[in-house]
Design a protein around this ligand. Structure first.
Ligand SMILES: *Cc1c(COP(=O)(O)O)cnc(C)c1O
Length: 443
């Protein structure tokens, strides 16, 4: 397997380079050179395979020998360690629960797979790889859990002191082993600035092998395509049109769905469900792509005004690869596969209530955006089978969900138990020299 940049299809890198580098030098995004077809018999007989077997077959086909099969099997076994169950609300409405991992959000899938790939590609290097992550709360939790105890890899998480929730802080500071937390006396922007400076510091980079766990790393995207197959397998009746509704911010999840479809999974439509940060739905209806500054909403993991994976979506629908220019046919092609809806907060709150009253199911604000977008689509497209990606557990947004439903909700044991664990973090200020000194002393 080789990969090119969404800004240049003439130069290729290996999977190893793409995973360890994260981003091409031209600031595009890595894309697989070709998207191979799965064996139609495999798709027809999905129900004969376990989730891990599906993940293996999909990645084996996509990676085309970039990793020997024995090693890939081992990677999958360590990466896919929690289920992705489909819950049926009614004949036309299903929920794909992606929150059964350690940080209660779908990002656990990407983080674990990326950790396994990085560890694999770092084998044979005499120096360990040190991953620097700045977090405003959520991403850090998934990355910390995903890389926990991964051989050959150390993780340093920088978070702004007093600006993440109590449980989020526990997710970052209680794992130990190869995960270290730096509590920065500053803002998230300060954390990010420190990390950026470290990557540009030639002296430091010659002493320590630094890498990032960037959210647009191709290693995070690949495993997100697995659960579309796993969900499809669990649907009882696929004679009708099957639509996947994807609550979206940076559009990684939706892009992974497009990969699954191009590999042969018979998905009829994708619904791009956003909150009022609806740059992509607006493009789908008008043909004009206009990024904006993001606005705060109750589905805040989707507060994105300039979605990073849009470049990958464009590349998938453009006839000329490696050229990010939007053509009128790009728009026409994209509209054949994707319908978009932007849902405001008032409506989202009503959706949370409706799902509870009608189905006795507690949905989180992101899932509720998906639910409402699916209902809008199904108003005009009756007799379709809808699958909503439930991207997080409702207890991650406990304040809003309890307020809206006017009742207490449970926090799963794997998160609740963290509150009694001891926090271990090193406090640092925002001066770069202090951060650098700490890294040099510890690695
Ligand atoms: C990250 C996130 C999203 C957005 O996913 P993208 O792949 O960036 O579109 C949606 N919901 C939750 C809960 C998230 O954490």
């Amino acid at each position: 397997m080789r990969l090119y940049s969404t800004k240049n299809s003439k130069q290729f890198v290996s999977l190893k380079e793409a995973v360890l580098k994260g981003l091409p030098d031209d600031n595009g995004l890595f894309m697989p050179e070709s998207i191979p077809q799965l064996d139609p018999d495999f798709i027809k007989n999905l129900s004969n395979y376990s989730f891990q077997e599906i993940a293996f077959e999909v990645s084996r086909t996509l990676l085309k020998g970039a990793i020997p099969e024995n090693d890939l099997q081992y990677i999958i076994k360590n990466a896919i360690t929690f289920p992705a169950p489909v819950v049926k609300l009614d004949e036309s409405t299903h929920i794909l629960e992606l929150f059964h991992g350690p940080s209660l959000a779908f990002k656990d899938f990407g983080a674990r797979f990326m950790a396994q790939l990085m560890s694999y590609f770092n084998q044979g290097e005499d120096k360990e790889l040190v991953i620097l992550v700045a977090t405003s709360g959520d991403t850090g939790g998934a990355v910390a859990a995903g890389f926990h105890k991964t051989p050959g890899i150390k993780v340093v998480i920088l978070y702004p002191s007093g600006k993440v929730s109590h449980l989020q802080e526990k997710q970052l500071t209680t794992l130990g082993y190869n995960i270290a937390a730096l509590e920065v006396d500053g803002t998230f922007d300060d954390c990010q600035a420190l990390v950026k400076k470290a990557f540009l510091d030639k002296e430091l980079c010659s002493q320590i092998r630094l890498s990032s766990a960037n959210s647009i790393n191709i290693a995070r995207l690949i495993p997100q395509s697995f659960y579309y197959f796993e969900a499809y397998k669990q649907l009882k009746n696929t004679n009708k049109e099957v639509v996947f509704c994807v609550p979206s911010g940076n559009f990684g999840n939706l892009t992974a769905g497009l990969l699954a479809k191009q590999m042969g999974l018979p998905i009829d439509k994708f619904i791009a469900a956003t909150n009022i940060n609806d740059v992509v739905p607006a493009y789908l209806s008008s043909g004009k792509y206009e990024t904006r500054t993001s606005v705060r909403t109750i589905s805040n993991a989707m507060d994105v005004g300039n979605p990073s994976n849009f470049a990958r979506m464009v590349d998938l629908f453009n006839e000329e690869k490696g050229n990010p220019t939007l053509k009128s046919y790009t728009w026409n092609n994209m509209k054949k596969d994707i319908v978009g809806y932007g849902i405001n907060d008032t409506y989202t709150e009503k959706g949370i209530k409706e799902v509870y009253d009608k189905y006795n199911y507690i949905i989180d604000p992101h899932g509720a955006v998906g639910y409402l977008a699916l209902k809008e689509y199904q108003n005009l497209n009756k007799n379709t089978i809808g699958v909503i990606l439930e991207t997080a557990h409702p207890s991650k947004f406990i304040d809003d969900v309890e307020r809206i439903l006017d009742q207490k909700i449970d926090i799963p044991e794997r998160l609740a138990s963290l509150k009694d664990k001891k926090k271990e973090a090193t406090m640092i200020n925002t001066k770069y020299e202090e951060f650098k000194g700490w890294l040099q002393k510890n690695y």
